[in-house]
Ligand binder design. Structure first.
Ligand code: DC
Length: 230
């Protein structure tokens, strides 16, 4: 494979496995673009909730939202931002109630179709680390390197709980862990693009590894395949 050609690298896996942190660091290290596709599903969830608290999963509503979706991920001195239809939703998409709604919204065909289209456009030129649930299986089945990042559920729950506590959220470890496991289950059993490793994915377990160690491991595995960064 490929000298220093810029490739597509996918990272899929359940919540709390460390995909975002690792994906961002890996992209920085390689001089690649980082694409957080969970943020896109979260953005659709925010728009749907803000339009209809009673029925945010209404098909007609989601069709309308996806039809007019204008989504950008620019970077500034605060890091990557998520700008949707001109509004900066970076903080709003991390509200706890949005996690479950994003998972529900992500089971809808109209949403998956539109977001996969945007994701493929962003990844068309290569040089991208794409992170989510179906990057290696559905959106970029031809990706040169695919990772499936996992960790024991207790550890994933603890990580998510720490993140939320740091933001001042009051939910207990048990609550956070239960919500995380319920969301993974939802993402695994849905009909469309369920969460699962691609047949050719490299499985990486981050249970006993810090983010930097995972990135080192990934860089080594990518190098073994003869692919370099910029
Ligand atoms: O990675 P995250 O927790 O921000 O993702 C939020 C939800 O979005 C997740 O529960 C499932 C959905 N999702 C998806 O279905 N496909 C992706 N590629 C990324 C996220």
């Amino acid at each position: 494979m490929a000298g220093n050609r810029k490739i597509v690298i996918t990272i899929d896996g359940p919540a709390g496995a460390g995909k975002s942190t690792v994906g961002r660091l890996l992209a920085e290290r390689l001089g690649y673009l980082y694409m957080d596709t969970g943020a896109m599903y979260r953005a659709v969830a925010v728009l749907a909730r803000d339009r209809s608290r009673e029925n945010p999963l209404d098909d007609a509503l989601l069709t309308e939202i996806c039809g007019g979706l204008d989504l950008h991920m620019p970077s500034d001195n605060r890091g990557m931002r998520l700008v949707v239809n001109g509004d900066d939703l970076t903080e709003k998409i991390r509200e706890p109630e949005i996690s479950a709604l994003a998972s529900a919204v992500s089971a809808k065909a109209v949403v998956r179709r539109r977001l996969a289209e945007i994701q493929r456009q962003l990844g068309a030129a290569g040089g991208i680390v794409a992170e989510g649930r179906d990057m290696g299986t559905v959106v970029f089945p031809q990706a040169e390197v695919k990772f499936f990042l996992d960790a024991r559920p207790e550890v994933r729950g603890e990580r998510r709980h720490r993140e939320l506590a740091a933001k001042g959220e009051k939910a207990t470890l048990v609550e956070v862990s239960e919500q995380l496991i319920a969301r993974d289950r939802n993402d695994q059993v849905r009909e469309l693009a369920p969460l699962k490793p691609a047949a050719d994915a490299i499985l990486v377990d981050s249970t006993d590894l810090g983010a930097k160690e995972v990135v080192e491991l990934m860089v080594r595995l990518i190098g073994e395949r003869g692919v370099e960064g910029s």
